[in-house]
Design a binder for this molecule. Structure first.
Ligand code: ATP
Ligand code: LTN
Length: 340
């Protein structure tokens, strides 16, 4: 007799389809961990298109970006045979659970989210929607709907994750233990925040200036140019000192993460060499790491039938989990005639 395999713990994460290409921060901060977690977790990954509506894309733009984002998840190594890959809006329970969680979230509590404060101050009062304000509650619904134990994200999502944990704990204290699973963030320290190449004080962001970003689908020439023109710091010695040399530290972080070599070994190798040497070699490393990724993304985008099939299957599997968990939580609120 073989022992029954234990059910694996669940991981959930999502990325917004807010650009045609993901960037190196998305990959090193999140997507790389998504792929690795598949070894030990039952993974559910989503293209969170409802979240993307908060920035008001055109319908054609959103449709195109949803496909491009899903193709990039697959190209990075998300394996649809092992993991669930789906589009958030195709599982209606995400919006439904958000409403229930809205009714448990303090207005002040949501107002303390720093990403909302930053984004709303940039947009100005007239352009700020209730959707942008509610964004972290929708994110909590995403996570709780799958009873996720772990959530791989970059550092910028830590506060949102904390709200998800608070809401899960609140459900449990109001309705009894076991109503929701309290999720843990998985934030890999070394790559939790990849910085803008032109402004190493700011995170690399889809909304940042193009010259500060490396898009995963950029052509080799553009990638090389972006790295060669990255801001480096005063002095010329290649040392690891994030507070004094944040630009060089960012390049070393990227180098280390893409080659799986410790930063110290890289620093050692570049002793006595100039920033320019590091940049030339790093450009090569990034170009060669991303080449197969770009090719695989193109293959998925050239075969819409295959992509649709993967996404249809993913939505079906996601709905199966989400319907059960939603029913359990909604019943606790007194919704549904059959409950007690
Ligand atoms: P924007 O910057 O426009 O808000 P984004 O680039 O952060 O968008 P998201 O879809 O919000 O994109 O993020 C997807 C994932 O990538 C999240 O887990 C986020 O924490 C991570 N991430 C984003 N930027 C970085 C970065 N510079 N370094 C590390 N991780 C990042
Ligand atoms: N808010 C996240 C994207 C996101 C997410 C999630 C991440 C939406 N729902 C659930 C993890 C789990 C962001 O990166 N901006």
């Amino acid at each position: 007799m073989f022992p029954m395999p234990l059910p694996r713990p669940r991981a959930f994460s999502g990325i917004q389809p807010t650009a045609d290409s993901l960037h190196l921060g998305n990959y090193l901060g999140a997507l790389k961990q998504w792929v690795e977690l598949q070894e030990d977790y039952d993974c559910v990954y989503s293209v969170v298109d409802l979240h993307a509506l908060t920035v008001g894309p055109s319908p054609a733009e959103l449709r195109q970006r949803v496909r491009a984002t899903a193709a990039q998840f697959l190209a990075a190594g998300v394996d649809p045979a092992r993991s669930v890959l789906f589009i958030q809006s195709e599982v209606s329970e995400h919006a439904q659970l958000t409403w229930l969680l809205n009714c448990l979230t303090g207005f002040g509590e949501a107002g303390r989210m720093t990403q909302f404060k930053d984004k709303s101050s940039r947009l100005g009062e007239k352009a700020v929607t209730v959707g942008l304000f509610d964004y972290p509650v929708l994110m909590a619904a995403d996570i709780l709907l799958y009873d996720a134990q772990v959530v791989p994200v970059g550092e910028d999502q830590r506060q949102h994750l904390e709200l998800s944990r608070t809401l899960a704990a609140r459900l449990n204290s109001r309705f009894g233990p076991g109503t929701a699973v309290v999720p843990e963030p998985v934030i890999v320290k070394a790559t939790a925040k990849i910085f803008d190449l032109q402004d190493p004080g700011a995170k690399m962001s889809k909304t940042g200036h193009p010259s500060g970003i490396i898009e995963l689908l950029d052509d080799p020439k553009t990638i090389a140019k972006r790295i060669k023109t990255a801001v480096t710091d005063s002095g010329s010695e290649i040392t690891w000192d994030p507070s004094v040399k944040p630009g060089v530290a960012n390049l070393l972080t990227i180098y280390s993460a893409l080659t799986d070599q410790p930063v110290e070994a890289i620093v050692q190798r570049y002793q006595g060499k100039l920033y320019g040497h590091l940049k030339v070699d790093l450009a090569e490393v990034v170009v060669e790491s991303l080449r197969p990724f770009r090719e695989r993304t193109a293959l998925y985008l050239d075969d819409p039938g295959q992509l649709d099939q993967i996404l249809d299957q993913g939505a079906e599997r996601a709905r199966g989990i989400a319907a059960t968990v939603y029913g359990r939580i909604a019943g606790c609120f007194g919704l549904g005639r059959a409950g007690q």
